[in-house]
Design a protein around this ligand. Sequence first.
Ligand code: SAM
Ligand code: GLN
Length: 287
Amino acid sequence: MVTKKVFEALKWASSYLKKHNRDENAGEWLLLWILNMDRSKLLAEQRMSLTEDQWHHFEQVVKQHALGKPIQYIIGYEEFYGRRFMVNEHVLIPRPETEELIEAVLHRINHLFPGNQHLKLADIGTGSGAIAITIKLERPDLEVMATDISQDALKVANSNAQVLGADVTFRQGDLLMPILQTGEKWDIILSNPPYIPAHDVLDKIVQDHEPSLALFAGEDGLDFYRRFALELPKVVHEKSLIAFEIGAGQGEAVVALMKEVFPTALTEILFDINGKDRIVLIQCGSE
Ligand code: SAM
Ligand code: GLN
């Protein structure tokens, strides 16, 4: 029987991953998932023998990761805002930066719309559903709708909403089309759209494995914000909040685009923990 003890398997994984320029600690993460254990239990079980199946499965996933497959696509989930979101190759793996967008928006909603109003919030390009579902669970009183152009992404978002018990509705369509078609007006529009310039060189893991539909946005990465600027005035109430995640260095350009169509709005650029501009907030009708 070909198998290994826990410590031998981990040792093999860390040297294999190191040889392939990957994080040596990824092996532990994968073994925890295969054995369905927490870290302290794994540390206590270093001399336990893996079954043959467990060892083969471990070897296989370590090799997949060494070839570049993100761990989250192997194990099938990522933690976001303290909850577990299922992910697959059709959706962007939700990022910690996006948690900061949620924080900022929840705070502004309290401030801008105090009391118990019936507010409607839409998340455009929802991917795994991370933004829409988190907001709904944090603020169950809001009516939340989310869109994506990708039917495959919407399937993932829908499952996440069901598993997490979030009452979010989903619509498929190109940017604001699903709203424009109905003529409704919304109070809050959020989006983490694709914003990477077409020719940017990305980390190979991101470039080769995450959907390019979720990442790229024309020559300068601003294509989606340009389209938002054209379409947003038709879909928001006079008093409304718009919030975008943006790429580092895009803040001023995005604010300028929004100022063209909402000249009296209050705009803010927020910076992430690394000091990079990450979020643009536009408050209409509160001036
Ligand atoms: N909101 C998710 C998050 O923050 O993790 C995913 C963000 S990902 C950067 C952008 C999403 O926009 C992808 O799910 C992609 O399918 C979607 N998308 C791309 N082009 C779109 C379009 N024209 N209309 C609507 N959604 C689009
Ligand atoms: N934050 C993602 C990355 O750096 C990009 C997401 C996006 O384009 N909105 O890979």
